[in-house]
Design a protein around this ligand. Sequence first.
Ligand code: ATP
Length: 356
Amino acid sequence: MVEFDYEQLVIATQSFSPSRLIGKGSHGAVYQCILQDNQVVAVKRSSISGVETQLDNLKKLENEIFILSSLRESSHIISFLGAAAQDTAKNDKLLVMELMPNGSLHDLLHVAATPPPWPKRVEIAMQIARAVQFLHEGKPLVIHRDIKSANILFDSSWTAKLADFGLAILPAGSLSQATQPAGTIGYLDPCYTAPHKLSTKNDVFSLGVVFLEIISCRKVIDVTKAPASIVEWAIPLVEKQRVMEICDPRIPFPTYMKGMIRRILSVASRCLSENEDCRPTIGEIIMAMETCSIERVRTISTAWTSILHNLILIRRRRKMTRKCGAIHAIHQGDVNSDVSRGKMLLKDILADVTLK
Ligand SMILES: Nc1ncnc2c1ncn2[C@@H]1O[C@H](COP(=O)(O)OP(=O)(O)OP(=O)(O)O)[C@@H](O)[C@H]1O
């Protein structure tokens, strides 16, 4: 793990100046930081209010540093660049990570003026599923415990990456047996009621909620609506096959995407099953989503092949008609016809025949 110099980071964030503040969460604040080599990164510092909460926040940040430093590089997980510790007794720590300049999925869905187009939504859903697959199928196995749209951030090329590993846990570690359930209301698995109920299916539940949020653009808890919970609202509609009512009505729906959206909603409803054993594993989720995109590509490529085939046929027919016209002209000895052109076309025909 790269150890940064704490004092250098203080200078590079202009002493955690409000002008460098990107955002604040319940446990920490993130600042834009310009390193000596002019690289622009993000630095997370734990919140420093109240002695007890300060310790809690520091523990959460230390946990995030520990988890991120145990992971390999992944294109779907925020890149960890290193950490810094204050060398005096003040016990302050900093996490250095890649800067995600395009905000969060939460803001894209609920704050941005223009809703994301359907193909982009499908792409984002796939990228998040891949992030979870990396955690659940990788070594070490990691359970994130706080998958939500606010923790999915976009890099400069609008690739979605999973961030905020403050609550993440390595189930193989001794800590996991004692760790109390945690997460965010609206995304938290109702089955996760005691430490021993920790499982990858907790993340699968949260992923299902995020899928519903991407397709509907509805907030996960919206007290102005009945039912307020996105899960209670959407699942009965999926069960009654009224899936189109869940889709965000603000932008036109391309017909060719219908199958894929249906598939995502059906996967979401399985992720949200009350019985954890009925929920799919992340491998099954990816397989279901990939099968559908392969089917889509196949449909599109079949359509393209038939369009190209028809174009070739039309061109051939036109060419043949012109050639026959020329032969006819030569045979008839029509003085008005361009005999030399006819001869040239005849040469073409002979060349064609030779080639065939
Ligand atoms: N690498 C990053 N690049 C840009 N912005 C980031 C980055 N990491 C976090 N942020 C933003 O900083 C803010 C606070 O970050 P974060 O949510 O991780 O803090 P937290 O206190 O751990 O969160 P929570 O309230 O979920 O516990 C959020 O608005 C988030 O979008």
